[in-house]
Design a protein around this ligand. Structure first.
Ligand SMILES: [Fe+2]
Ligand SMILES: [Fe+2]
Length: 358
């Protein structure tokens, strides 16, 4: 199964018509099973931009495209215009013959750059995908990213409920997630102990706001459910006269073949116990729970106890000295890293004094 994805055309302010034409040629010449658009069709969501998009530009595309809106499309009450010009802001596309279900969601919050799938959207992920037979390919499409993406600077616009959405994706065994928004392509393989999901981010096709060295691109995804083989290619439009494709991912989006048990691990190399957020203080620290943990951990075979930070609640001197007394009750070697709560003013010096060992 082949999917061609294009995104972030930004028809209006930052629109690059030459790249749009090149992209349209590529779309029209590509033989794919599905064509997806992952948002930011317009630049400001204005009436004129919607008119230009739907009357002038989109009719050049001769393939059936499934569209979801982006944050720029819902600016200035553009969400209402989207519904008028393009239809609903979400879709469910079912191909019985190919056994493919594609769910498109609106991840936008009007007039904000951040996104959110929300309770309704998450329920929809479960209702569309959780009961579906394993012979079906499940694809989830929305505009914003769930995870920060390389070469995009400070993260400030991922969906705010990413944790719940990632959990739903993995629990429903959605094999492909397709996003746009960041104007640069990216691929992640998400995994839990049961299954994997390929998260593909498409770059911008025709917006002059590009990122780092990748400018205008489309993304081609090949996926074969029986073998779970996938290949993701990014096709750059402005590297010379002809579009240039390069492979970004090639491998299995694999379900684990056999459950891993202690028996087939071979020799156990080390056992590490991880703790965190003890927040030693007069207010947040629970001494009974900590004592219980110490009595369990001290009876275990263990090479290292790792404390992942927020040892104290507010970096006070009294909290660090309390922490030292309690942590010394653990009879295994320890590795302790500071958290933000340990680095309030002077905390970095106290942390060093109590826990940094050469
Ligand atoms: Fe965009
Ligand atoms: Fe966007």
């Amino acid at each position: 199964m082949r999917i061609l994805v294009f995104s972030d055309t930004h028809i209006g302010g930052k629109f690059n018509n030459e790249m749009f034409e090149k992209g349209v040629n590529l779309i029209n010449q590509t033989d794919a099973d599905f064509y997806l658009f992952t948002g930011d069709l317009t630049d400001q969501g204005t009436l004129q931009e919607y008119k230009d998009a739907t009357e002038k530009f989109l009719p050049k595309i001769k393939k059936p495209v499934l569209y979801v809106p982006g944050n720029h499309d819902v600016k200035n009450v553009g969400d209402l215009l989207w519904e008028e010009f393009l239809g609903p802001r979400y879709f469910v596309h079912v191909d019985e013959e190919k056994k493919v279900k594609i769910l498109g969601l609106d991840s936008n919050e009007p007039d904000k750059n951040t996104g959110r799938i929300g309770e309704k959207g998450i329920k929809r992920i479960y209702s569309e995908f959780s009961g579906l037979d394993e012979s079906w390919t499940k694809i989830l499409v929305f505009h914003h990213q769930t995870l920060p993406i390389k070469y995009t600077g400070r993260e400030r616009s991922a969906i705010t409920d990413a944790g719940d959405v990632i959990d739903a994706i993995l629990k429903c065994n959605v094999q492909l997630v397709v996003n746009g928004h960041r104007h640069i392509s990216n691929v992640y393989l998400l995994s839990d102990s049961d299954d994997s999901s390929l998260v593909v981010n498409c770059g911008t096709m025709s917006c002059r706001k590009t990122r780092y060295k990748e400018e205008y691109s489309l993304t081609l995804i090949d996926f074969d459910l029986p073998s779970r083989q996938a290949e993701v290619q990014v096709i750059q439009l402005n590297n010379g006269d002809e579009p240039v494709a390069s492979t970004r991912f090639k491998g299995r989006v694999a379900k684990r073949l056999a459950p891993q048990t202690k028996r087939n691990w071979g020799k156990l190399l080390a056992r590490i116990i991880q703790i965190g957020n003890t927040e030693f203080s007069d207010t947040n620290f629970k001494s009974e729970t900590f004592a219980k943990m110490v009595s369990i951990v001290n009876l275990m075979d263990c090479e290292l106890v790792v404390h992942c930070g927020d040892v104290t609640s507010s970096s006070y001197f009294s909290e660090f000295s309390m922490a030292k007394i309690f942590m010394d009750q653990i009879q295994h070697p320890q590795l302790i890293v500071p958290g933000p709560r340990d680095y309030f003013p002077l905390g970095y010096e106290l942390f060093r004094k109590y826990f940094y060992r050469r």
